[in-house]
Design a protein around this ligand. Structure first.
Ligand SMILES: Nc1nc2c(c(=O)[nH]1)N[C@H]1C(S)=C(S)[C@@H](COP(=O)(O)O)O[C@H]1N2
Ligand SMILES: [Mo]
Length: 531
């Protein structure tokens, strides 16, 4: 006669126990530091250890939803592990508790060794998983015995009873013990939900940073940006706007939770190979004369035709002034900038000291304080370099150093130490698959070669000649430029291609390269059907 029918109850016990434990961990994390959440810490380690090809695949498939996909996948894996722990605890006690305890120990270790962690960051995992272990024991002890047709008069699952997998009760007894189990499991689940709700309420306190942000009045620019010429936007429907509104600006970072940085406690330290290291507070920074500059920021992971690129008006203090105040030493050639969350970028020193390149410690984006997900209260923006080697968000330190001695976050992960932006162009209009009719069809898009500038864009249809496109105005070489080409379309299948020429006369290569290690190349092209 089978006594195997209660494994599912045990699995449920495992999920409920582990869920409640992790909810308790969230509550403690909300008090210790929201980033000490064992789930976030574990996710952070996963993010830090994905190989470049997998990161590429994730970005390509899920775009900026990659974080959600990661957290959901972790949820499924954790739930499966929790179910297994319940089953093990029923069949092979204490194997279930041992499994939970082992996972908890790993989580504690991982949380306590995050770059910005203190030893206290282990507390949420230790307390949460400790609670999960106790709850697992209590719930599995109440897993109802499987019903049998034979009336074997054995009590199942009283308080403190051993797991009832080898005993079988009558249907009535099984019904009663099932109710007992469900009451216990239900109570545990309710406790978990309450803990989670309480943790969210506590975490809402950190929304205070958003309140501070909204109250900030940015200083005016001592060196304002030139006005955007009206001809910078060609007004083609569906074409990417010259300046990207903040809510549409692409977001890329390794932070599973947006760091909440209060300007009152923020400061930037300039350290390393300098004569006079110093630290500057938010208030001191705001008193400095600000520069405004349009810069198109671009991600090295951007695929040919991809949209991990946008343009904004940044307000900030020139990094070269900060460096001049510190006095870099002669043997330095790199600045390692770090974020509150431990992320780093290695930027060539000469790009930051160059008087002709507006590298900014930015505090404003399109007339607002930086949005939290774009680095509030301060970040770097350097024209001409990919974000991963320059655009540190939530920046707190500039360490003057040498490429021979230090490397940024992505370098040991398979990306080049130096990342100048590559010459590129993209077709935005029409989208592939748009129904078209013979006659004039407007092709339009953007082209970029930050800090060099774009001098021409050319379009080719099928095997025809490269035809010059009309170029929109720009404020300068540090932003992308819109282009437009009116094509006299004939019926049938066609392919369209675009390429750009930079201000030095260099023509965009047709050679295809993937994003790793230093940026994708190749012409953006696709098929169009005219009929
Ligand atoms: N702190 C921190 N700053 C960061 C990153 C990060 O992961 N953490 N990613 C960089 C990368 S790879 C890019 S492309 C830009 C993107 O900036 P955005 O999210 O404001 O568009 O931020 C850079 N700054
Ligand atoms: Mo990036």
């Amino acid at each position: 006669m089978s006594t195997r029918g209660n494994g599912w109850w045990a699995a449920l016990a495992g999920v409920v126990a582990a869920g409640a434990g992790l909810a308790l961990a969230e509550l403690i994390a909300a008090w210790v530091d929201p980033a000490s959440s064992p789930v976030l810490a574990l996710g952070g380690v996963v993010v830090d250890s994905v190989p470049p090809w997998l990161k590429d695949v994730a970005v390509e498939w899920f775009g900026t939803a990659d974080k959600l996909v990661l957290l959901s996948t972790m949820g499924v894996v954790l739930a499966a592990g929790a179910a297994l722990s319940g089953w093990l605890e029923l069949r092979r006690p204490p194997a279930g508790r041992v499994l939970l305890g082992a996972v908890g120990a790993v989580m504690a270790l991982v949380a306590a060794t995050r770059p910005e962690a203190t030893p206290l960051w282990a507390a949420p995992a230790v307390v949460g998983v400790g609670a999960a272990v106790v709850l697992l024991r209590l719930l599995v002890a109440r897993v109802p015995a499987p019903a049998t047709t034979a009336a074997v008069p054995v009590a199942a699952g009283g308080i403190g009873a051993e797991p009832a997998d080898t005993t079988a009760g009558t249907e009535a007894e099984t019904g009663a013990s099932r109710r007992t189990f469900l009451v216990w499991a239900g109570a545990t689940a309710v406790g978990g939900v309450l803990a989670l709700a309480a943790s969210r309420t506590l975490a809402a306190g950190s929304r205070a940073v958003e309140v501070v942000r909204e109250a900030i009045r940015l200083p005016g620019a001592a060196t304002p940006a030139p006005a955007v010429p009206s001809g910078a936007d060609l007004g083609v429907e569906g074409l990417t706007p010259y300046v990207t509104p903040n809510p549409d600006f692409y977001r890329i970072d390794t932070a599973l939770r947006v760091p909440k940085v209060d300007p009152a406690t923020w400061s930037l330290r300039v350290t390393g190979l300098v004569d006079e290291p110093f630290e500057i507070s938010w208030d001191e920074l705001l008193d400095l004369p600000m520069t405004e500059h349009h810069v198109t920021l671009c991600c090295v992971s951007n695929q040919v035709g991809g949209d991990l690129i946008d343009n904004a008006l940044w307000l900030g203090y020139p990094v070269r002034e900060l460096l001049a105040r510190a006095g870099p030493q002669a043997d330095a050639d790199m600045v390692l900038s770090s974020s509150v969350d431990g992320w780093t970028a290695g930027t060539p020193l000469e790009a930051l000291t160059d008087p002709d390149r507006e590298a900014l410690l930015a505090i404003g984006m399109n007339g607002e304080p930086l949005p939290e997900e774009h680095g509030f209260p301060a970040r770097l923006v350097v024209p001409g370099l990919y974000g991963y080697v320059s655009a540190t968000k939530w920046v707190t330190e500039l360490k003057v150093t040498r490429f021979a001695d230090d490397e940024g976050y992505w370098t040991p992960r398979g990306w080049s130490a130096r990342g100048p932006v590559k010459l590129h162009s993209r077709i935005d209009v029409p989208r592939p698959g748009t129904p078209l009719e013979p006659g004039p069809v407007t092709l339009a898009g953007v082209a970029w070669a930050q800090h060099t500038g774009i001098s021409a864009v050319e379009v080719r249809v099928d095997d025809g000649d490269w035809m010059p496109a009309e170029l929109a105005d720009t404020v300068g070489p540090d932003t992308w430029r819109q282009w437009r080409y009116v094509w006299d379309a004939t019926a049938g299948d066609h392919s369209v291609l675009v390429r750009a020429v930079d201000a030095d006369g260099q023509v965009q290569t047709e050679e295809e390269a993937p994003p790793a290690p230093d940026g994708a190349t190749g012409h953006h092209s696709f098929g169009l059907f005219v009929g």
